[in-house]
Design a binder for this molecule. Structure first.
Ligand SMILES: NC(=O)c1ccc[n+]([C@@H]2O[C@H](COP(=O)([O-])OP(=O)(O)OC[C@H]3O[C@@H](n4cnc5c(N)ncnc54)[C@H](O)[C@@H]3O)[C@@H](O)[C@H]2O)c1
Length: 441
């Protein structure tokens, strides 16, 4: 059965969700306040890099099932089910999440709701938000108690966003247990195809659903910082963290995934989400429970500093050195540079007096906008021209394919520092290069 859906926020999450809901056969309206973004989307162009999303977007625009607007009135008139997917960035100078965008959606949408509606929140929010928004929406809406706010946290990974939205590991829905609304039945209709596929569907209360997302990100961040902490010990002891990770990863209780030591996590989610989680726990009087996340954050940030040190060691001094930086996105298959460890390292090295040439396969425009003072090259070889050291900071497939012989004639010194432990030390050393990884001898 087709549902009329409006999705508020058409960023990485919202645009993907809107296109994928249309792919499932629903009629979808994407709503944003960014006119330039809407114009691109309406023309079938994805305003960011996400593999496979362009095809889904264009197919559903052509089928007439997917449209975009800046008009909340149009959205309120059109849809029965609303998804909220606007940003929840870190507040400036604080750990807490900034709820201004989420609140703005409710403040603008609710007064327009004259017929019963379900609003599914997808943004990552502090626990307690859904309940607060539900109360506020019912106060503001002409239909009053006919509005229900439920929470349906999103677990998609950039780079796999379409696959993760159409075939997620699980669906989680938090409903207001005190109200006997239709959120669960509406979700079952929207996600009918996914449920037919047997995807686990967990229905719980609002607070649990909000905490599921915060906990999942806290766990992943902890796993990455765990191996990075071990990597510091490996460096001190002359051991190899990559072999260690393989060895402990065979234990199914541990698992090998997310145990790649390197320059750590970044992006628009993990860093701000663990900080917001700590801030919210503090407000609830449970701050002791999450003090370990501060250490997780510290370990993560130390890896960036360590990378800068390795670059300095490689050059002798960064003053006047030429440094090639391969990778700017926070991870491969994304153009997202929000809190990217790669760009952060590039920026620090430049501030210490080096000339830094950056190349990334997809994140050049976003990087230029964030760090206009770095030099950007058209390809990896150009970035490496005359380099005293080559830093691999994002593990894009094209960097894994680089051969030492590709760079031999280009660089000034054959030194490579592998910030993601993604290259073969034997291959580079065998070709006469000085290879350094993180947490390996
Ligand atoms: N990006 C991911 O991989 C991912 C995964 C899971 C969860 N999330 C969560 O999803 C949320 C959105 O993240 P994102 O990465 O898509 O952010 P984003 O910055 O890419 O997109 C947010 C969009 O919301 C729009 N917006 C702001 N105010 C608005 C308003 N009042 N009405 C309509 N639109 C408005 C912005 O213009 C922007 O297009 C965050 O809470 C994030 O933590 C993101």
């Amino acid at each position: 059965m087709s549902t009329r859906i409006a999705v508020f926020g058409t960023g990485y999450l919202g645009a993907t969700h809107a296109a994928c809901m249309a792919e499932l056969g629903h009629e979808v309206l994407g709503v944003d306040v960014d006119a330039a973004k809407l114009e691109k989307l309406a023309a079938g162009e994805v305003p960011f890099y996400e593999p496979g999303l362009g095809e889904v977007l264009r197919r559903n625009i052509d089928r007439g099932r997917l449209k975009f607007t800046s008009s909340y009135e149009e959205a309120a008139e059109f849809a029965d089910v609303f998804f909220l997917g606007v940003g929840t960035p870190q507040k400036k100078g604080e750990f807490a999440a900034d709820m201004v965008y989420v609140d703005a959606v409710i403040e603008t949408l609710a007064p327009l709701l004259t017929k019963p509606a379900v609003i599914f929140g997808k943004s990552t929010v502090p626990v307690g938000t859904a309940e607060r928004l539900g109360k506020r929406a019912r106060e503001l809406a002409p239909v009053g108690d006919g509005v229900e706010v439920a929470w349906n946290p999103e677990f998609l990974r950039e780079g796999f966003a379409v696959q993760d939205t159409l075939h997620p590991d699980r669906l989680v829905l938090g409903v207001d247990r005190g109200r006997h609304g239709r959120a669960e039945s509406a979700a079952r209709e929207v996600y009918a195809d996914l449920l037919d596929e047997g995807i686990p569907f967990l229905v719980t209360d609002l607070a649990t659903s909000e905490l599921v997302k915060a906990s999942a990100n806290a766990f992943l961040a902890t796993k990455i910082s765990f191996i990075n902490a071990i990597s510091e010990v490996c460096e001190a002891a002359g051991a190899d963290v990559t072999v260690l990770a393989d060895a402990i990863g065979y234990d199914v209780r541990i698992g090998r995934r997310f145990l790649n030591a390197g320059i750590g996590f970044g992006g628009g989610c993990l860093p701000k989400d663990i900080r917001a989680f700590m801030a919210r726990a503090g407000e609830l009087g449970a701050d002791q429970a999450l003090t370990f996340l501060r250490e997780v954050d510290n370990i993560n940030m130390r890896r960036r500093t360590r990378m800068v040190e390795l670059a300095r060691e490689a050059c002798g001094s960064l003053l006047g050195a030429r440094v090639a930086v391969l990778g700017a996105a926070f991870k491969p298959d994304s153009d997202d540079v929000r809190d990217s460890p790669a760009l952060n390292v590039a920026g620090q090295i430049q501030l210490q007096g080096a000339a830094v040439n950056v190349y990334d396969p997809k994140a050049m425009d976003n990087s230029r906008a964030l760090f206009p003072t770095l030099t950007y090259s058209a390809n990896a070889l150009e970035a490496c021209e005359g380099a005293d050291v080559v830093l691999v900071l994002t593990e894009w497939p094209e960097f894994l394919k680089l051969q030492p012989s590709d760079l031999d004639a280009v660089v000034r010194k054959k030194v490579i520092v592998d910030g993601r432990n993604c290259l073969s030390p034997d291959e580079w050393r065998g070709a006469g290069w000085n290879y350094r990884g993180l947490g390996r001898p």
